[in-house]
Design a protein around this ligand. Structure first.
Ligand SMILES: Cc1cc2nc3c(=O)[nH]c(=O)nc-3n(C[C@H](O)[C@H](O)[C@H](O)COP(=O)(O)OP(=O)(O)OC[C@H]3O[C@@H](n4cnc5c(N)ncnc54)[C@H](O)[C@@H]3O)c2cc1C
Length: 412
């Protein structure tokens, strides 16, 4: 090992920048270099959160926070107690960036502009003396007999390092998985998480833009179930409940080739029997009024009209005229609508892949490999992913910070 510690960070995304800055701040004598394949470091940060960057989530209890991670929840408890959302907020505040909390807990820069986060990371890296090499893809890493690393760059050049942080993200085909495999790691297959679903059903036609605020979705025959708002889109359904279902069901739904039956409760607060009872109440209380004009479930008016029509209630039909069969069908429409899903689309605001480096091969106190000493991992290259809401960046900040701390910590 050379006297100046050479730290190579592969990947100039959220996790790579955070790890590099932390390492350079802890050990200002270290030579920390980010090797970024493209010309655009921090590209995902820039486009994140619809251009606003949902940088973290106002959830400060590690045990509660980890419940937002379909993969990685057990491993992240310790890391979040050391560097969680509270520390993220303080980290950015110390560098002049204030974050604000929205009603649902998502946190964004007060500027509502992801460029604020990008600029902050770039300035912090520069100030800490981190070297950034763009258009420098790493194609192979070999471990030399003395324990150092020999990196082969895509242009054929080579570089040497004493520690390597693999932070090359989760997108298939970036080569991150191959680099980790080359150093002895197993990779969980990478598949998309956080997607919306394609549904071509007359029930939804013309309802684009409408949202049911308290819905629930499930996939019959599986344990997959999620609650939250559901939004009708031009191609099917989206919204937090659908995104949560897609995150928890990333593997199962991939294995079904994204073709399955979705059972939807437009109002999750009503079980089928309660919905039937609510309808029965209206039959007496609102006897002369039209069924389509009185909506006991708090649904958008046009959606309610559509459900009423789908239950076979004639236009202008009154509550007094609602037959038992029509009432049962309407209760079914509200609580157990079944729709055929025929595919998926990636979510525009945030998307992520599940899969990556197998977690039990990593020491989550330091993010160091258990297989290859002085190799570290951070961010989406790991088999960790969160639901939408700022949780994916939080995992990148946390694992990057831990890896940076360890790489620059006392040498053994
Ligand atoms: C459109 C979109 C919006 C999102 N919005 C949010 C959000 O608001 N909140 C949130 O929490 N999450 C969001 N996410 C998810 C979040 O962006 C990722 O979880 C996060 O960027 C992961 O960081 P990372 O550093 O691990 O990987 P990345 O950001 O993917 O960075 C990896 C970097 O490594 C480089 N690289 C790859 N292979 C090599 C190689 N062999 N050699 C050199 N360089 C290499 C890549 O070019 C890339 O720059 C969003 C994702 C997308 C796609």
């Amino acid at each position: 090992m050379s006297t100046t510690r050479r730290i190579a960070v592969i990947g100039g995304g959220a996790a790579g920048f955070f790890g590099a800055i932390r390492a350079a701040e802890v050990d200002p004598t270290a030579q920390v270099t980010i090797l970024e394949a493209t010309d655009h470091p921090l590209a995902k940060v820039r486009v994140s959160g619809g251009g606003r960057c949902n940088a973290t989530h106002a959830c400060f209890e590690p045990r509660e926070l980890v419940q937002r991670y379909p993969r990685g929840s057990r491993e992240l408890i310790g890391p979040f107690s050391r560097f969680g959302p509270r520390e993220t907020i303080a980290w950015f505040a110390a560098r002049g960036v204030e974050l604000k909390t929205e009603a649902d807990g998502r946190m964004f820069p007060v500027t509502d502009d992801s460029a604020t986060i990008v600029d902050c990371l770039q300035h912090a890296a520069l100030a800490a003396g981190v070297r950034l090499r763009t258009r420098t893809g790493v194609s192979a890493i070999a471990r030399a007999a003395d324990g150092t690393f020999a990196l082969t760059l895509r242009d054929g050049a080579s570089a040497a390092a004493d520690c390597v942080l693999l932070a090359c993200g989760g997108t298939k085909g970036t080569g991150g998985a191959t680099l980790a495999q080359g150093l002895g790691h197993a990779i969980e297959p990478q598949v998309p998480s956080l997607f919306t679903v394609h549904i071509d059903d007359p029930l939804l036609k013309g309802l684009e833009g409408l949202a049911a605020p308290a819905a629930a979705v499930q996939v019959p025959g599986t344990k997959l179930r999620a609650e939250g708002p559901v939004l009708v889109t031009h191609w099917g359904l989206s919204g937090p409940a659908i995104l949560r279902l897609s995150a928890w069901g990333a593997r199962e739904l991939h294995d079904m080739d994204y073709t399955f039956t979705l059972q939807l409760a437009w109002s999750a607060v009503h079980a089928p029997a309660q919905a039937a009872a609510a309808l029965a109440d209206q039959r007496t209380a609102q006897a002369r009024k039209q069924v389509a004009s009185i909506n006991p479930f708090g649904l958008p008016a046009r959606l309610w009209e559509r459900l009423v029509a789908a239950a076979g209630v004639p236009a202008g039909g009154t509550w007094a005229g609602l037959s038992k069969a029509q009432a049962d069908k309407l209760a079914g429409q509200v609580t157990t609508t079944r729709l055929a899903v025929t595919g998926k689309s990636m979510n525009k605001e945030e998307f992520v892949t599940c899969g990556g480096v197998r977690l039990r091969e990593v020491d989550f106190r330091t993010m160091e490999s258990r297989v290859c000493p002085r190799l570290y991992f951070a961010g989406e290259v790991l088999d960790i992913d969160g639901i939408t809401g700022g949780f994916n960046f939080q995992a990148a900040w946390t694992t990057g910070w831990l890896a940076g701390s360890a790489m620059a910590g006392p040498r053994d």
